[in-house]
Design a protein around this ligand. Structure first.
Ligand code: PA5
Length: 462
C-alpha cells in the first residue's frame, strides 16, 4: 500500500504559527469527514452526480474490451498517436511515462517487446504537429482520438488534419487506423464515428475528463503499448477499500484533503506543490495540477454564495527543481504545502564510480544514484522544516502499475473530499467551458454568432 507521512505539518515540527494541531483537528473533523466519505460512496451510482469514476477500478468489461482490441491490432502498427487534451490526455501521459521503459520511443522494437511507440498530441502548435507528421509513417500509425464532448476544437482540428492525410494515403482502408474514445451517444465525434464506421470505445456517463484516466481514455493506450492494466485495477481496488474507511485516522486521502483545506483556510497556505522525486513521475504533477485546479477553483459554493476559492497547484520535480524553485519555497512567502512523492526501490541501481579523490566530489564515489536522489529528498524536507514550511510525503514502494493505480486514485478521492470541505462543485468546469465557447465563437462555429460579436468588441477595447 502507498504510505503517507504528514508529521511535517504539525505544530510540533513546524511551530504554532504555521503548523496544525493535527490530532485535535482529526478528532474535530472526524464526523464531518466520515459523512463526506459515506455520502460520496452512497451517491456514486446515482446519475448526474459525476461520481462514476469511483467505479472505474471495477470495470472488468472495459479491461476485457481494450485488451481484446489491443491483441487484435498487435503487430500491425509501429506507432500509437493519441489526440486529446486536458483530461483526455494528461492521465495517460502520466501513467505511460511512469510505466513504460524510459525513452520508450527511441528504443528498438525488441526492447519494447515489439509494442508500438506512443505519441501524445495534446497541443496545437503548428510547428510541432507538422514535425510529428513528418516523422510518423501514418500507414503504420494507429490514431486514438479521445474527446468526451466530441467537439473540442484542439482535438477535432488535429483529427481532421490526420483523418484527411490517412484517407489520401490509405484510401478506404484508412478507417482501420482510427479508434475513437468518446461519449456513448452524443457529440460530433460519436456521429462521425458511427457514419464512418470507426472502432469506438466509450467514456462512461458521469465521468468527467480529469477523472477519466481509468476508463478507456487511459486503459486503451495502456493496453496498446503492453502495460499490464490488471495490476493498475488491482491497485485501485485495494486502495479504494482503504479509502472507504470513514475514520480519518485510517484514510490517507481524507487526511491530505483536510490538511490542505485547513492550511489554506487557517494558515493562508493556498499553494499546493506536487514534487515527485522521480523523473518517471514527472507528468503525475501535470495531471494533479489539472485535477486540483479545475476541480477546486470555483466562484460559487454549493449554496450559490460567491466565494472565488481554490488552492493553486504547482508542479516541481526533484531533484531538478532543487536548483530552481526551492529557494522560493524555503525563503519566499510561507504560503505553500509541498507534496513529496518518494520511491523506495527504483527498478534499477546505478553506482557512481570511485574515480576522483577530490574532497568536493570524492564522497560520491561508491554510492549509488538511488541513494543520492533519496538523500536529496530528505535534505529538502529537513530544510523545509527548518524554515517551518509544511510538507507531506507519499511513498511508493516501487513504480509499477499497482502503485500507480493507487497513487492516482488516492489523489482523485482526496480532491473529491477537499471539494466537499470547501462546499463547492468539484465536478463542473464552467471556467473551462467559457474559454471553449469563446474559441468556438472566434472560429465561426454556428450558433455562437452573438458571442463572436461581443467578443470582437471586447478584444478591440482590450
Ligand atoms: O477535465 C475536463 O473536463 C477537461 O479538462 C476536458 O478533459 C478537456 O477540456 C477536454 O475535453 P474533451 O474530452 O471533451 O475533448
Amino acid at each position: 500500500m502507498l504510505e503517507f507521512d504528514c508529521r511535517n505539518v504539525t505544530t510540533e515540527v513546524i511551530g504554532e504559527e504555521n503548523g496544525l494541531h493535527l490530532e485535535e483537528e482529526f478528532q474535530k473533523y472526524n464526523d464531518t469527514v466520515a459523512k463526506i466519505i459515506a455520502d460520496l460512496n452512497s451517491r456514486k451510482d446515482k446519475p448526474g452526480q459525476w461520481l462514476q469514476w469511483m467505479n472505474l477500478g471495477y470495470n472488468e468489461e472495459t479491461v476485457w474490451l481494450v485488451k481484446e482490441y489491443a491483441a487484435m491490432v498487435q503487430g500491425r502498427f509501429d506507432n500509437v498517436l493519441v489526440l486529446g487534451i486536458g483530461g483526455s490526455a494528461l492521465g495517460a501521459m502520466a501513467v505511460c511515462e511512469a510505466l513504460l521503459k524510459p525513452y520508450w520511443n527511441i528504443l528498438p522494437p525488441e526492447q519494447r517487446n515489439n509494442f508500438p511507440r506512443i505519441f501524445f498530441m495534446d497541443n496545437i502548435d503548428p510547428d510541432q504537429i507538422n514535425a510529428l507528421l513528418d516523422i510518423l509513417d501514418l500507414k503504420k500509425t494507429l490514431v486514438n482520438v479521445i474527446t468526451k464532448s466530441g467537439s473540442t476544437a484542439e482535438t477535432m482540428s488535429q483529427f481532421m488534419i490526420i483523418q484527411n492525410r490517412l484517407q489520401s494515403e490509405l484510401g478506404e482502408e484508412y478507417r482501420k487506423n482510427i479508434v475513437a474514445t468518446t461519449d456513448k451517444n452524443t457529440g460530433i465525434l460519436r456521429q462521425i464515428s458511427n457514419e464512418e464506421g470507426y472502432k469506438t470505445f466509450v467514456i462512461p456517463d458521469d465521468v468527467g475528463g480529469r477523472f477519466s484516466v481509468f476508463s478507456a481514455v487511459g486503459l486503451l493506450p495502456f493496453a496498446l503499448v503492453g502495460i499490464e492494466i490488471e495490476d493498475i485495477m488491482q491497485g485501485i481496488k485495494d486502495i479504494d477499500l482503504a479509502l472507504k474507511n470513514t475514520d480519518i485516522h485510517h484514510n490517507i486521502a481524507a487526511q491530505n484533503a483536510l490538511i490542505h483545506y485547513l492550511l489554506d483556510t487557517r494558515k493562508h497556505k493556498n499553494l499546493s506543490v506536487m514534487m515527485p522525486y522521480s523523473g518517471r513521475l514527472k507528468y503525475v504533477s501535470d495531471w494533479y495540477v489539472q485535477l486540483w485546479a479545475e476541480s477546486l477553483g470555483k466562484n460559487k459554493d454549493n449554496d450559490g454564495n460567491p466565494v472565488n476559492i481554490g488552492p493553486t497547484p504547482l508542479k516541481a520535480l526533484g531533484a531538478t527543481d532543487q536548483h530552481s524553485q526551492i529557494q522560493l519555497y524555503n525563503e519566499g512567502p510561507n504560503d505553500k504545502i509541498i507534496n513529496f512523492i518518494r520511491v523506495k526501490e527504483f527498478e534499477t541501481k546505478l553506482e557512481i564510480p570511485k574515480i576522483f579523490e577530490f574532497t568536493g566530489i570524492g564522497y560520491l564515489g561508491g554510492k549509488t544514484i538511488n541513494e543520492l536522489i533519496n538523500a536529496e529528498a530528505d535534505a529538502t524536507k529537513v530544510a523545509l522544516i527548518d524554515y517551518q514550511r509544511p510538507n507531506v510525503t507519499i511513498t511508493l514502494p516501487e513504480i509499477n502499475g499497482y502503485y500507480m493505480g493507487q497513487l492516482l486514485y488516492m489523489l482523485e478521492v482526496q480532491t473529491a473530499i477537499a471539494g466537499e470541505l470547501y462546499n463547492i462543485n468539484t465536478f463542473n468546469q464552467p471556467g473551462v467551458e467559457q474559454a471553449k465557447n469563446y474559441t468556438y465563437a472566434l472560429m465561426g462555429r454556428a450558433g455562437y454568432e452573438e458571442s463572436a460579436a461581443v467578443l470582437k468588441e471586447k478584444m478591440t477595447v482590450g
